[in-house]
Design a protein around this ligand. Sequence first.
Ligand code: NAG
Ligand code: NAG
Ligand code: NAG
Ligand code: NAG
Ligand code: NAG
Ligand code: NAG
Ligand code: NAG
Ligand code: NAG
Ligand code: NAG
Ligand code: NAG
Length: 884
Amino acid sequence: MCVMQIRSLAVVKILAVVPLLLLLLHVQSACAHGSKYDSTPNIYPSLLGGRNPTDTDWNLAYIKAREFVSQLTLLEKVNLTTGTGWQMGPCVGNTGSVPRLNFSAICLQDGPLGIRFTDLNSAFPAGIATGATFNKNLMYQRGNALGLENKAKGINVALAPCIGPIGRAAEAGRNWEGFGADPYLQGIAGAETVRGIQDAGVIATAKHYLLNEQEHFRQYAEWVGFGFDDLKEPYSANADDRVLREIYVWPFAEAVRAGVGSVMCSYNQANQSQACQNSYLLNKVLKDELGFQGFVMSDWLGQRSGVASALAGMDMTMPGDGIAWADGVSLYGPNLTLAVMNGSVPTWRLDDMVTRIMAAYFKVGQDPSTYPEPNFSSWTLDTKGDYFPSIDDSPYGVVNQHVDARSSVSSQVTRQIALESVVLLKNENEVLPLADFKKLAVVGSAAGPFSGGPNGCENRDCNNGTLATGWGSGSVNFPYMITPVEVINYRAAMSGFQVDYLLEDYDHTAASTYASAADVAIVFVSSDSGEGFVDVEGNLGDRNNLKLWHGGDELIKAVAAVNSKTVVVVEAVGAVDMEEWIEHENVTAVLYSLVPGQDIGFGLADVIFGAYNPSGRLPFTIAKDKDDYPASVVYNVTSPVPQINFTEGLYVDYRHFDKQEITPRFEFGFGMSYTNFTFSNFTVTVDEEADTGEYPTAPEAYLAPVFYNGTNSSLPDKSDVEYPKNFRKFENFVYPYLTASEAKKIEYDADAYPYPDDYSETQPDEPSPAGGASGGNPALFDNLVSVTAVITNTGTLDGAEVAQVYLSYPSDAEVEFPVKALRGFEKVELQAGQSYEVTFYLTRKDLSYYEVETGEWRIPRGEFEVLVGRSSRKHQVAGSFTLE
Ligand SMILES: *[C@@H]1O[C@H](CO)[C@@H](O)[C@H](O)[C@H]1NC(C)=O
Ligand SMILES: *[C@@H]1O[C@H](CO)[C@@H](O)[C@H](O)[C@H]1NC(C)=O
Ligand SMILES: *[C@@H]1O[C@H](CO)[C@@H](O)[C@H](O)[C@H]1NC(C)=O
Ligand SMILES: *[C@@H]1O[C@H](CO)[C@@H](O)[C@H](O)[C@H]1NC(C)=O
Ligand SMILES: *[C@@H]1O[C@H](CO)[C@@H](O)[C@H](O)[C@H]1NC(C)=O
Ligand SMILES: *[C@@H]1O[C@H](CO)[C@@H](O)[C@H](O)[C@H]1NC(C)=O
Ligand SMILES: *[C@@H]1O[C@H](CO)[C@@H](O)[C@H](O)[C@H]1NC(C)=O
Ligand SMILES: *[C@@H]1O[C@H](CO)[C@@H](O)[C@H](O)[C@H]1NC(C)=O
Ligand SMILES: *[C@@H]1O[C@H](CO)[C@@H](O)[C@H](O)[C@H]1NC(C)=O
Ligand SMILES: *[C@@H]1O[C@H](CO)[C@@H](O)[C@H](O)[C@H]1NC(C)=O
C-alpha cells in the first residue's frame, strides 16, 4: 500500500502567521517499499466521542458535556484545549478558563506515584513495586489513595498511571514508573489504578501512548542538549500491527475499558509519524478500535504540528507552549483559533476536542461549582510566591496553602505495598527470616540516609543513600523516608541484638571488619534510572548497563569472603546483573526491593526479621547475561532520525527466553516465601453456553454523530477573536486570541489546507470489528474458559501465594505464538495448612491473536494448554481444551 504520512515538524520550524498554511506540517510522500516499518496509514476523520452504544456512563457524561460545550464561544473552546504555558499557573499543566461561566482552569499534575512538586503528599510505591505485589486489590487501593490526594490538592487530572514503557529494554529509564514487562500485568495494574483514581473523582491519564520504550532520543531538543548534534527528529519506534495490539496497546485497551478519562501521546515517533499526530494510532487504534471516549493530551512539548495534530485526534496541548518551554508560542491557542476561523480545522473537530475533555470531567463526577481549586504551586514550596514564576510581571501572593493531602488510606496502602513488593530470590538454609543471631553487620550506602535528606536532589536525580524512587517527572517530594538501617537499629534496641553499620561502599577493609565479626551480614546495593532530561552518574535517563552502581559487586564479594551468612538486598528500578556473586556459597539470601517509596525500610526490615512473610514476585526477567535479553536501549545516534525496529516482535521479556530456550537467572513471576504452597485439583472448563467461534460477533453500529448546530457552531466575526480591549496580557502566557492585524487577515477557505491523502470528514457508521465499546468489541471480554486450582499452604507459616495462569496456544495454528502468555493471576493469603480454591476466567481476547489482514481478533483452532503455578517457569499443566 502506498500511503502519505505526516512527518515530524521538528525540522520544519516554520511559520509566521500566514493564513492557512500556517501550522503545519509537512506532508510527505512515503510509499512503502515492502517494509512494514516504513509508514503509517492515514486514518480520518477523527471519531466524534459519545457514539458507543453501550457505554452508559460515558453517554450520560456526554449529555452533560454537550450541554456545557453548547454554551461556549470559539475562544472559550480553544481555551479548554490549550495549556496556558509552562509555569503559567499552579500545576504542571493548566488549561485556559471560561470566566464567563465561572469555569476554572483545568489543573493537570504529575505523576504516577504521587503528587509532584508539592508538600504534605505521600511518596507512594512506584508502579514497578506495585506490579511486584501481584495484588489487584492493592493496585486499586493505591490508585484510590493517589486520587484522593490529587483531589485534596485541587487537581483535576492526575498524570497517572504509566503503562508504557512496558520494559522492552531492561535498561530503559522509566520502566519503574510502569508495572512490569508483560502486557497483561500492565493492563490489570493500569486498569485497577484508573478505577481507583477515578472513583476518587479525579481524571486518570494512561501514558505514554505509544512505543516510548526508551529515553535516549525520545525528543529532539533534549538530546541535542546532550551532545547528539546530528539529531534531527526523535526516534521512530517501529512495530508491526500485531505486535502493536498484542503487546504495546494491550494495557491501554484495559485502561480504556476501565473508563480512563485521558490518554497522553508520547514524544517519540511511531512507524515514522509523531505519536501526537499519528492518525493511525489516535483516530484508528485508540478512538475506533479501543472505543476511547476521553481526550488525548500531548506529553509536555510532545506536539509537533497544529492542524495535523488536531485532525489526527489530539485534543489538548500541554503545557501550551508548542516547540519550546515557556516561550508563549503555541501550536494550538491562537493558532487553533486561526485554523478554525480559516477553515483548516472544521468546527466539529474543535467541538469534539472540547466535548471529549468535558465528558471526562463529568464522567468522574467533577462539578465546577464544588470541585476544589488548586491550593498549591508547583513552582515553590513557600507560602507566598509568583503565580507565573518565569515572567517579570507576575502577580504575587499566597500560592501554597499547605493542605495535607494524606489520609490513613494513603499510609496503609503505602506500607502494605512496601511489604508485599519485596521479592525473596534466594534463601539457602532458611537463613531468612533472621533468627538466633547476636551480632548483625549492615553494609552499603543504600542501607541508610543521604545527608541531604530524601529530597536532597532535585527531581530525585541522584542515587545517594537508600533508593526508594527513580528520578524525573515521575518522582515526588518525600514526606519522610524510612531507611532500612533506621528500622534495624530500632529493632536492635527493642530486641537486644548488636548492629554495626557502614554506610559506605568502597571501604572494603571496614566492611570486612564488621562482617567477619557478625553472625549475619546484610549488604545493600542499588541501581537507579529515570527520565531522560537529567544525567545521573553518566546515565542519561536509561541505565548504561545492568551493573550495580557504586561498586556493588565488589562490596558484596568483600563481605561474602568473610561471612558465611551474607544477605544481599538489591534496591533497584529493574533487573540487575547478579552473576558475579549470586552463586557465591556465602551469599545465602537475596532480597529485591523495587523503589517502594517512603516506607522502604519498614518493608525490608519486616521481611528480614520475619514480621512479614515475603510475597512479592518479579514483574520482569533477570537474565544471566545482558545479551540474553531480546532488546536493548539504542544509545548512539547513527542517523538524524534514529530508527528503533522492534524486531523481537511479540517476544518481549519471558516470551523471548521461552522461545530461545534461554535459562534466566530468575524468571518473570518468580519469588519465594518462608512457607511452601502446592497446587492441586485443577479444572479447565470451556463454557458450553459461550460462543467459541473464531471471530467475535460484530459490534453494534455507532450511535448517530451529534453535531452542535446552535449559534456557536457557525464561525464568529473576525473581530470576535481579537484580544479584548484593554486586555492585560501577561508575557508568554498562551491566550486563545489573535491580534487585530492577525484577525483582519483571516480568509476562510476550507480547501486551502494541504489535507493528507485519504482525508475524510465523513463519520463512519460502523466501528472497526475490533471496536465498538470502551476497551474494544464487548464480545472480546466474554469469559469462555474457567480454570480452577486448589492452593494449599503446606508449610508452617502463614503466607501469600501468587497463583499465575499461563496459556499455551495451538502449536499448529496459522500464526506463530509465544510458548506461553500470562492470562491470569491472583494473590491468595493462606494460613499454615489452609487450602483455597481460586478461579480464573479466560476471555475471548485472552485466547485470540490480532489478525492483521482482517483487523479482527481471532481464536486459533486446536489444542490450548493451561499452565498454573508460581512463576512463568514453575507451573503444572492444569488441563487443556480443544477448539475445532
Ligand atoms: C482564557 O483563559 C485565560 C486564562 O485562564 C483567561 O484569562 C481568559 O479570559 C480566557 N478567555 C476566554 C475567552 O474565556
Ligand atoms: C459566577 O459566580 C458569581 C459569583 O459567585 C455569581 O454571581 C454568578 O452568577 C456566577 N455566574 C454563573 C454563570 O454561574
Ligand atoms: C503558530 O505556530 C507557529 C509555529 O510554532 C508560530 O511560529 C506562530 O507564532 C504561531 N502563531 C501564533 C499566533 O501563536
Ligand atoms: C550524591 O550524588 C551525586 C551524583 O548523583 C554525587 O555527585 C554526590 O557526591 C553524592 N553525594 C553524596 C554525599 O554521596
Ligand atoms: C565463606 O565464609 C567463610 C567465613 O565464614 C570463609 O572462610 C570462606 O572462605 C567464605 N567462602 C568464600 C567462597 O569466600
Ligand atoms: C557511543 O558511541 C561512541 C563512539 O562510537 C562510543 O565511544 C560510546 O561508548 C558509545 N556509547 C554507548 C553508551 O554505547
Ligand atoms: C529498520 O527496518 C527498516 C525496514 O525494514 C530497515 O530499512 C532499517 O535498516 C532498519 N533500521 C535499523 C536501525 O535496524
Ligand atoms: C482435591 O481433590 C481431592 C481428591 O480428588 C479431594 O479429596 C479434596 O477434597 C479436593 N480438595 C479441595 C480443596 O477441593
Ligand atoms: C450540523 O453541523 C454539521 C457539522 O458541521 C453539519 O454537517 C450538519 O449539516 C449540520 N446540521 C444542520 C441541521 O445544520
Ligand atoms: C518447603 O519444601 C522444601 C522441600 O520441598 C523443604 O525443604 C522446606 O523445608 C519447606 N519449607 C517450609 C517452610 O515448609
